[in-house]
Design a protein around this ligand. Structure first.
Ligand SMILES: C[S@@+](CC[C@H](N)C(=O)[O-])C[C@H]1O[C@@H](n2cnc3c(N)ncnc32)[C@H](O)[C@@H]1O
Length: 273
């Protein structure tokens, strides 16, 4: 099993399942943005890549109705189990496929639109992944995905790790390069990946989205997710109070009364098969 598969079937997947409501609330503005674009494109078939617990796939199915076949795909079993449960609860006929997007044999030339919210930055071999998706693209299929720009455009996302780094000099909190949240930060690199995977008309448009969460959810968020959440799972519990207090203080600039607010610095990535 690859390191990413282990993470998403292990601690990262568990955290995303546990915090599903919080995360869906936090990233709802990005779900809306994608769902509006999906409704405008009105595809008959779509594939939501790295769909996780299914919020976006379900949103597309609601917007497109019976006329469209919406499929979500992910390699995380626990996240897909929750996605399927949510679809059943709502009575939505959405298909969820457990697969590694880099190598799964999707039906050839099947999908008219490929979408993703933060689901495509975790590939060991991104060119293979986008080439594999291309093989599943119908003639003239579209692609519209939201990915993170760099850490410099996302001070909220790196606040905790920057604050606690001096307390954990032996810990590599975030590995530079390789798969991960910021792997699609560089415009030229991403253009190269998609072009090498066979996609045309590749464009990256800066997209800044204001996201919010209740202040009461902030500690849960920062202790379970990201590099600090990961570090806490490895550390002696005796160290936790100092790490948590230091990280929490670093978020103060983003707190406004009972709300936490920040701008997510993203790219909207579009292309044609
Ligand atoms: C940051 S989460 C985003 C989940 C979801 N799109 C959302 O917005 O709620 C990244 C997702 O990508 C999935 N993922 C990572 N590597 C993958 C791969 N090789 N194939 C398919 N999914 C993958 C993870 O399991 C995880 O669900």
């Amino acid at each position: 099993m690859s390191e990413q598969s282990e993470l998403w079937n292990g601690p990262s997947g568990r955290a995303w399942v546990e915090l599903q409501e919080l995360l869906d609330g936090l990233f709802a503005p990005i779900e809306r943005l994608l769902a509006d674009a999906v409704a405008a494109a009105a595809p008959a078939t779509l594939l939501d890549v790295g769909c996780g617990t299914g919020a976006t796939t379900l949103a597309y199915a609601r917007r497109l109705g019976d006329g469209a076949a919406c499929t979500g795909t992910d390699l995380s079993r626990p996240m897909l189990a929750l996605a399927r449960e949510r679809a059943a609860r709502e009575g939505l006929a959405v298909e969820f496929v457990e697969a590694d997007a880099q190598r799964h044999a999707f039906p050839p030339r099947r999908y008219e639109l490929f979408v993703s919210r933060f689901g495509v930055m975790f590939f060991d071999d991104p060119v293979a992944a986008f080439a594999n998706l291309h093989a599943a693209a119908a003639d003239g299929a579209g692609l519209r995905m939201v990915v993170w720009r760099g850490p410099q455009d996302n001070p909220f996302m790196t606040a905790a790790e920057r604050a606690v780094a001096p307390l954990l000099p032996q810990t590599e909190l975030r590995r530079a390069g390789g798969p991960g949240q910021f792997a699609f930060a560089d415009r030229e690199h991403v253009t190269q990946i998609l072009s090498s995977g066979g996609w045309r008309e590749v464009e990256l448009t800066p997209t800044d989205v204001v996201c919010t969460l209740p202040e009461t959810d902030l500690v849960r968020y920062m202790t379970q997710l990201g590099p600090v959440g990961h570090a806490l799972r490895q550390l002696d519990p005796a160290q936790h109070p100092q790490i948590i207090a230091t990280a929490r203080a670093a978020f103060e600039p983003f707190v406004d009364g009972d709300e936490v607010r920040f701008t997510a610095g993203c790219w909207t990535l579009t292309a044609t098969a």
